[in-house]
Design a protein around this ligand. Structure first.
Ligand SMILES: CC(C)(COP(=O)(O)OP(=O)(O)OC[C@H]1O[C@@H](n2cnc3c(N)ncnc32)[C@H](O)[C@@H]1OP(=O)(O)O)[C@@H](O)C(=O)NCCC(=O)NCCS
Length: 238
């Protein structure tokens, strides 16, 4: 799949960000020696696949941002909270946010000046009842769930991915009580049907951030970013 180039506006500043989605397990030539050793250490095939797809998506997005065609030159390590760290001679402030779900990985490469995070879930693979009990949904979220007009499992995925996307943007992951990352309001963008829609939300405890969520097929993708920032297009999973 090709890399999507987008323009991010924040006030008078415009910057390019790059989004990549990968769904076919690639040969390993794009990994650095360190990453190959890391891959060899994973016990389970599913973890290996997620790592490969995620690293390729991340490197494709970063390759476009850093103008680096040789993806072995870009290395992604992990910080102590699991956050991805970009290593490259021209990395500068480049960052990447990664998510994998059920054979698909997505990555967004962006400058650290504009903190962003993404999260992807596969609707048919989630246990809706488990999600709703873990969410610690806020009162506005409960009100939205009752009137959203979209399939319940999709709605739960929207609220879940909104939390994870912000957790990644803040680099804390989901290591805080999930209610801390709840939304204070959520509104549909355009037409909603039972299995399609896009939403914009704001966070209860992080008023400087916003969330954009969308359903594409069986997947829900959420993006957390500064409230005043705007992207010129939706992220395209396929
Ligand atoms: C962030 C987190 C929830 C992602 O988990 P996930 O849904 O299984 O996985 P995703 O595919 O969406 O995202 C994984 C990627 O997120 C990124 N990530 C992990 N921790 C991150 C953090 N603190 N900040 C930013 N990004 C992070 C990594 O790039 C990771 O991919 P990689 O390990 O291949 O590099 C997880 O790593 C975490 O914080 N765990 C804490 C404990 C927990 O799981 N709580 C669940 C409460 S019910």
């Amino acid at each position: 799949m090709s890399v999507q180039s987008l323009v991010l506006r924040h006030g008078k500043i415009e910057q390019r960000v790059y989004f990549a989605a990968v769904d076919a397990e690639p040969p390993q030539e794009f990994l650095s020696e360190r990453e190959k050793a890391q891959l060899a250490g994973f016990q389970f095939a599913a973890k290996k696949q997620a790592f490969l797809l995620g690293r390729l998506a991340a490197k494709r997005a970063l390759g476009a941002l850093l103008l680096e065609p040789d993806l072995r030159q870009i290395e992604i390590r992990s910080g102590i909270y699991g956050q991805p760290l970009v290593h490259h001679p021209r990395a500068g402030s480049a960052q990447v946010s990664v998510s994998h779900s059920q054979g698909l990985a997505v990555a967004l490469a962006f400058p650290a000046e504009v903190p962003m995070g993404i999260d992807l879930e596969t609707v048919s693979a989630v246990a809706a009842e488990t999600i709703i009990s873990a969410l610690e949904a806020s009162a506005p979220e409960l009100a939205w769930l009752a009137t959203a007009g979209v399939d319940q499992a999709i709605a739960y995925c929207v609220l879940w991915t909104a939390r994870e996307a912000l957790g990644k943007a803040l680099k804390i992951g989901l290591n805080s009580p999930l209610g801390v990352l709840a939304l204070s309001d959520i509104r549909a963008i355009g037409e909603i049907s039972s299995d399609e829609g896009s939403w914009a939300g704001r966070y209860l405890n992080f008023p400087q951030s916003q969330c954009l969520s969308q359903v594409q097929g069986d997947r829900v993708l959420s993006l957390a970013m500064p409230r005043e920032a705007e992207l010129n297009s939706q992220l395209q999973i396929s």
